[in-house]
Design a protein around this ligand. Structure first.
Ligand SMILES: Cc1cc2nc3c(=O)[nH]c(=O)nc-3n(C[C@H](O)[C@H](O)[C@H](O)COP(=O)(O)O)c2cc1C
Length: 202
């Protein structure tokens, strides 16, 4: 896919396809095909003690930024954390978020308090799209990702300085998998495909 060089709002890193060291493709990782990246993404909860190159982290964030949203409302902000003390504090906002502590970086998805139920539902859907885009962009670069919910809203807000009229919705921990490199999976823990996909009729 060509980079979006014609989009004047695109960050500089996107507006310079092939431009030497600022080109968003990682120099160190051979990029996967889209299908392989989709099939290689898995929930990673143990991370190697290895930082993510800044250009690769920017690439992941740009995937979230570029994700679609209902009426293009873009009700989501991303707070990216790489400071170890901050990551350890974030790991305590939810009982199943311990993997955040050892991530190389964690993206916190933040949304405005919704005006009503419908708006809240749309925001949830749109945040899911942004998170999935980031997870696939990460997989494309060999970077694992692991979701986490947020239970202690006050603590998350305090750690990040998020104002009271916004809430912290989800965490996406990022880092190189400690167990094995990402590779396309051939057996997925999913309901049978033909049970999930209905063709024409339920
Ligand atoms: C909305 C959402 C919230 C999740 N919350 C957590 C969580 O708090 N902690 C965690 O370890 N995994 C969390 N997960 C990861 C899922 O458990 C995981 O994606 C699922 O088991 C499927 O595994 P896979 O991602 O390896 O395909 C979450 C996933 C989603 C989509």
């Amino acid at each position: 896919m060509p980079d979006r060089a014609d989009d004047v709002t695109a960050p500089a890193i996107l507006a310079a396809p092939g431009a030497g060291p600022t080109h968003p493709r990682s120099a160190s990782v051979r990029a996967m095909e889209t299908w392989d990246a989709i099939m290689a993404r898995r929930n990673v909860r143990t991370f190697a003690d290895r930082p993510i190159p800044q250009a690769d982290l920017e690439r992941v964030l740009q995937a979230g930024w570029a994700a679609p949203s209902a009426t293009n409302r873009q009700h989501r902000d991303f707070v990216v954390c790489t400071d170890r003390a901050q990551l350890e504090a974030l790991a305590q906002v939810w009982q199943w978020a311990s993997h955040v502590a050892t991530s190389a970086a964690t993206v916190v998805v933040v949304a405005p308090a919704p005006e009503d139920k419908r708006a809240g539902e749309l925001d949830q859907f749109d945040m899911g799209q942004a998170v999935m885009a980031m997870a696939i962009a990460a997989a494309d670069l060999g970077i694992g990702s692991g979701h986490a919910s947020i239970g202690d809203q006050d603590k998350a807000r305090a750690v990040l300085g998020v104002p009271g009229d916004h809430y912290c919705a989800y965490l996406l921990a990022l880092g190189y998998p400690a167990d094995r490199p990402l590779a396309p999976l051939h057996r997925l823990d999913r309901r049978p495909f033909d049970q999930v996909v209905h063709r024409g009729q339920w």
